[in-house]
Design a protein around this ligand. Sequence first.
Ligand SMILES: *Cc1c(COP(=O)(O)O)cnc(C)c1O
Length: 371
Amino acid sequence: MALRSVIPLLEPFLGGNERKYIEEALSANQPSVGPFVERFEHAFAEYVGSKHAVAVSSGTAALHLALRVLEVGPGDEVLAPTFSFVATVNPILYVGATPVLVDAEPTTWGMDPEKVRAGLVRRPKAIVVAHLYGHPASLDVETLQATFSVPVIEDASESLGATVDDRRVGTFGKIGCFSFNGNKIITTGQGGMLVTDDYALAERARHLRAQARLPGPEYVHNEVGFNYRMPNLAAAMGLAQLEQLPEFLERKRETAAYYDGALFPNTGLSPWWSRPPWAVPSRWLYSIQVPDPEGLRRALAAEGIESRRLWMPMHWMATYSGLRVIGGEVAERLHAHGLSLPSSVGLTAAQQGQVVQCVKKFLDRRESLPA
Ligand SMILES: *Cc1c(COP(=O)(O)O)cnc(C)c1O
């Protein structure tokens, strides 16, 4: 029988108006189409500082629509990170374009700007940059867009609330995409959001998310669209979650500060976060680098503590191994040494202490082994 995880890696925190709003949607008999969708969209756009927000059924759907509305298709190349969750890259394949995988940069883990520049030589149709583990990527998105006139899509799924120069990630590129999957900083069960300042792009995304149906009493569709709407029930939950986001971010940063203080410098671990002065990360998933992350993962699991290796580089997986990759060693190193520790908003001080004790015990044991 599987041991039930005592301390999960990430679990949702439903501490606000979730039940109240969902009850409202149910009482109005509006589980599917209803007013919470627009309310959530408006509140979200205002929070991130974007003109338009389009709620969809997942972060993956948001990325897929982003590529579609930017007219990316067969024959086009798109630069994307090799170090990320597969959902950053899969939508490029959905539209029939060719991803060119770009290595990470060691301090922020986002795509390496130098290697992106190398990929620009072949005039890609778009760039998908991911802000990973809560940290903004170091790529200067606006300058890049202006200089090379190539649209940038920001995959901000893991970094809602993180800022660069006091502006929220997801608002620098032509389009920003977010995920509300169960392990993201706010959740709708499953869901996503596309944001943009471009009215025409937002309208096109709205059209495509609802099967490309034209207004009118009949079901007339002027192209092949998608069923990517966010249901009213999910939006009700999303709105309640968004109201708590500032508090969630505060809690995440407190947890990260505790881990930092407890794990460095007296354990021989070297801190990984560079904390460049221009960024305020959201600390979505607190991660450390250790010589043997798999050993530590098992040691934690034996005590009911869930942890997770950092993303495996895309170019290591058979499905994507045929793709061109620029560099790749940094992504491989991140995977070889990185481990994420429990980072739920609701993680108690006692649980944090338990995690730290277990990490220290593992490191001590290793050190006492004969060389
Ligand atoms: C979670 C995530 C997504 C989108 O995931 P969905 O489950 O489709 O909402 C995309 N990119 C990254 C980097 C993610 O972590």
